[in-house]
Design a protein around this ligand. Structure first.
Ligand SMILES: [Zn+2]
Ligand SMILES: [Zn+2]
Ligand SMILES: [Zn+2]
Length: 506
């Protein structure tokens, strides 16, 4: 690691380590974990054993390291927890998405020529919300409806909301908004997705007159999908669907000629319109609401009964989750057209960074009412209501299995923000291995094969690798070390950005 610009803060932070002679080793460690904000600190060692002779050679021992500890990156995906590890995650995600679109990292470049669709599926409406409605033009008036709802509030909203307006996505009347349905829909959306993909296979079989098993042997639908929490609290998905040859062929072969993008598009549309995923009914119980509170006050003679809205008709049961009407399907075209594989990759990458890195709201579980109260200024009243609704639903037996309390901080959504089918592209594990190999082979400044303690290529069966690790602690021991780490994180980030822009593996 190059010694950073010498400033007084650096000297303060580094003073202790200069004194005990551990500075350069410690900086090298920070460099290796890319300045992770909360590294795991381990004691232990790695031994290599020669299978033939039984000879043991220790290749790494934390006793030789600063403080006798090895730092391991925390690997957290949230920027607010660890800027460095989340940046690495977003970068890996970007590489995975791109490899599936244009090839690279073991995926052949010919995948770019497979029929592909860039699709968006959304949640249905859970009640009117403030919106900007600017479809590539100037923003429109929020909502032109006339009259008042049964809570006495205006149904419409005459504002043209600015992009940063905090009202955007919040209900025009909070009491008309179906909070419970939104929570249960978010929670069910991952399974709804899977069922929709299965329905697409079945529809393709019907349309082509094949058995479903026969169709799956001929064709595979590979996908990568990114979840995004909209301002209205509902999750929606952007995804790339790609047709590959099915299980009868090697990975990443082109599908048969009859399996076209148009066929996939029509079957996908059909599946989106016809698929539903069963869920427990969020309307089965009367959740205590503000109306109930008012009615109780009126009943006790503390309120003129004219102030109390008539009892709400209970909404129709919701026994299954379905997609909303907003459905977008665009073909990905290799030669020309708006949606080249590159453009789709960049779209998806943008959503990854948006949903994974910046959504401070969804970072951590909410422990209790006090915790919720403390986060209110950032969450807003609407999201806080949704969280309380998730807690309340969790009390009823038929919702137990959904663990809504555990997922309340993600407004019910329990999936990963980025998911892909097995055949889509390279994996996070492969990305990590590639990075480790790259680091080890680049250490001497030139490319070389990684070797074990006996000078053999490190992936032979002649050597057994025995790691022994014990957890010691996590984070950094003092502010000086933390400062050095944040500096290392900045350096690692600019280095990775350079590598990414220039197409290398770092
Ligand atoms: Zn980290
Ligand atoms: Zn509005
Ligand atoms: Zn209302």
């Amino acid at each position: 690691m190059t010694i950073p610009a010498l400033d007084t803060e650096f000297f303060h932070a580094a003073a202790g380590r200069v004194a005990d002679g551990s500075l350069s080793d410690f900086l090298a460690q920070l460099d290796r974990v890319a300045g992770c904000a909360h590294p795991i600190r381990l004691t232990g060692r790695i031994d290599h054993v020669d299978v033939a002779t039984g000879e043991i050679r220790t290749v790494l021992n934390t006793e030789d390291m600063p403080d006798g500890l090895l730092l391991v990156p925390c690997g957290n995906r949230r920027a607010s927890v660890c800027p460095s590890c989340s940046y690495l995650y977003a970068g890996d995600a970007w590489q995975i998405v791109h490899a599936g679109l244009t090839g690279g990292h073991d995926v052949p470049a010919t995948v770019a020529e497979h029929p592909g669709l860039f699709i968006t599926v959304t949640a249905p409406s859970f009640g009117p919300v403030h919106s900007r409605r600017a479809n590539h033009g100037p923003a429109q008036v929020c909502n032109r409806r006339q009259g008042r709802c049964r809570h006495g509030r205006a149904r419409g909203c005459g504002f043209v909301h600015g992009e940063d307006d905090r009202r955007l996505g919040t209900p025009i009347c909070p009491d008309c908004h179906d909070d419970g349905a939104l929570i249960v829909w978010n929670r069910t959306s991952g399974r709804l997705w899977k069922r929709t993909v299965d329905a697409t296979y079945r529809r393709m079989a019907t349309v082509t007159g094949m058995s479903e098993a026969g169709l799956r042997r001929a064709v595979r639908i590979s996908y990568v999908k990114v979840g995004e929490a909209q301002r209205r609290g509902a999750v929606h998905f952007h995804a790339l669907l790609r047709l590959d040859a099915g299980s009868d062929s090697d990975a990443w072969q082109a599908p048969p000629a009859w399996a076209t993008g148009d066929l996939l598009a029509s079957c996908w549309r059909w599946a989106v319109c016809h698929t539903e995923e069963p869920c427990p009914d969020p309307h089965a119980h009367d959740l205590p609401s503000e109306d109930d509170a008012l009615a109780a006050l009126a009943a006790a003679g503390l309120l003129a009964s004219a102030d109390v809205p008539p009892p709400a008709p209970r909404p129709a049961p919701m026994r299954a989750a379905r997609w909303g009407e907003q459905l977008d399907v665009k073909k990905v075209l290799v030669d020309g057209g708006d949606l080249t594989p590159q453009a789709v990759g960049n779209y998806l990458a943008k959503y990854i960074t948006k949903s994974v890195v910046d959504s401070g709201l969804l970072d951590r579980r909410i422990r209790d009412a006090d915790d919720l109260e403390a986060r209110l200024p950032f969450l807003g009243e609407f999201h806080a209501r949704l969280i309380r609704t998730a807690w309340r639903l969790d009390l009823f037996p038929e919702f137990r299995d959904l663990h809504l309390r555990r997922w309340a901080h993600q407004l019910g959504f329990n999936g990963h923000w980025l998911t892909k089918s097995r055949g889509y592209s390279t994996t996070f594990a492969a990305r990590r291995t590639a990075r480790r190999t790259w680091q080890r082979t680049q250490q001497a400044g030139e490319e070389r094969e990684p070797l074990d303690a006996f000078g053999r290529p490190d992936d032979t069966d002649e050597t057994v690798i025995i790691p022994t690790w014990r957890y010691h602690s996590s984070g950094y021991a003092n502010t000086g070390d933390r400062y050095l780490a944040s500096m290392a994180a900045d350096q690692a980030r600019s280095r990775r950005k350079f590598a990414r822009d220039h197409g290398s593996a770092a």
